[in-house]
Design a protein around this ligand. Structure first.
Ligand SMILES: NC(=O)c1ccc[n+]([C@@H]2O[C@H](COP(=O)([O-])OP(=O)(O)OC[C@H]3O[C@@H](n4cnc5c(N)ncnc54)[C@H](OP(=O)(O)O)[C@@H]3O)[C@@H](O)[C@H]2O)c1
Length: 301
């Protein structure tokens, strides 16, 4: 049976079917909700035991230990680790005409990073994208790659939600003076909408898109607006660089600052800006301006 005949048969029987990787993640959860709301039947991989419900069946496992997966579906979405997904997809025996996978703008921003680990990440993302596009082409399917900038909105991101949590604890947040590199924070719901609308947008076949947020603003303003969403509102203190370095070292020594990526402080001065024109044209992408609320920054219950 050809891909389009099979798609029509599946759709007529029980609504369209999606296989989702990373369906429990910040983007994935928003996407799964959207798909279910539109009447799709979703099967989603997770490493945890989760309760299935109407329109959603969780498949427990991981890429290294996959459970039986469906043999056919109408669309595959990847909202988890792109490199693992690309390796699976390259060899997968699944009939599916459409693949939509999230990568990251880090592929571009970290390509020439000082840190070898970050350069390696950029390379891995680029390799994974190529693998997915090649595999899709070889089997007559259409792939679309989506590359978000800095994600927020579900209270589970490691950027703004983390800043909000740190600031709420101490009542103050420190930044080095001159943290004016431009940023484009993007809300998870805008990303889920982009993935969902990509399914039926043939112009996006075989292409990759940067998905920035709807507003471009300096790093310090992004942080100030994040703090302004909290009650009580923590103070933003901008310190001269040497003083900031001392404060950072003290916070590290006290164990209050773990996991700050290498180069993160230097990057606060760099512009990380992407053009959304292609996504707007091909996906109807129209992300919201940056107006965070306490709810968007608080961890889910
Ligand atoms: N966070 C950002 O700011 C950012 C920015 C740009 C791009 N991105 C990219 O956007 C995509 C989604 O990011 P996110 O922040 O929404 O993800 P996330 O919240 O960190 O969730 C990751 C998801 O991947 C699944 N997962 C992790 N390891 C897995 C494995 N070994 N096998 C199978 N599933 C696995 C998790 O499922 P379970 O835990 O249920 O097993 C979870 O659903 C990723 O490709 C990420 O690189 C993120």
């Amino acid at each position: 049976m050809g891909a389009s005949t099979r798609t029509a048969a599946v759709a007529a029987a029980d609504g369209r079917r999606a296989l989702v990787f990373g369906g429990s993640g910040q983007i994935g959860a928003a996407l799964v909700t959207r798909l279910r709301g539109a009447g799709w039947q979703v099967e989603a991989l997770t490493r945890e035991a989760r309760r299935s419900g109407p329109g959603l069946r969780w498949l427990q496992g991981e890429f290294a230990r996959l459970p039986p997966l469906p043999q056919a579906c109408d669309a595959i979405f990847s909202c988890g680790p792109l490199d693992l997904f690309s390796l699976w997809y390259a060899d997968a025996a699944i009939e599916c005409p459409r693949v939509i996978a999230f990568g990251s703008t880090s592929m571009a921003t970290k390509r020439a990073a000082a840190d070898a680990g970050e350069r390696e990440l950029a390379q891995r993302l680029a390799g994974a994208e190529t693998r997915i596009l090649d595999a899709a082409r070889a089997r007559g399917a259409a792939a679309t790659l989506l590359r978000p900038t800095l994600i927020y909105g579900a209270g589970r991101d490691r950027n703004l939600s983390r800043i909000a949590a740190l600031a709420a604890r101490s009542g103050v947040f420190l930044l080095p003076r001159g943290a004016c590199g431009l940023r484009q924070p993007v809300h998870v719901e805008d990303l889920a909408q982009a993935a969902w609308s990509a399914v039926d947008r043939p112009a996006s076949h075989g292409r990759g898109y940067a998905l920035p947020g709807g507003e471009t603003l300096p790093y310090r303003d992004m942080v100030a607006r994040t703090l302004a969403a909290l009650a009580p509102r923590p103070r933003l203190l901008e310190l001269p660089a040497p003083l900031f370095r001392l404060a950072l070292a003290a916070a590290h020594a006290a164990g209050r600052l773990r996991g700050l990526p290498p180069g993160a402080v230097a990057r606060m001065r760099e512009d990380l800006v992407f053009d959304m024109a292609d996504a707007r044209r091909d996906l109807g992408y129209a992300p919201r301006a940056f107006a965070p609320t306490a709810e968007m920054l608080a961890p889910p219950p």
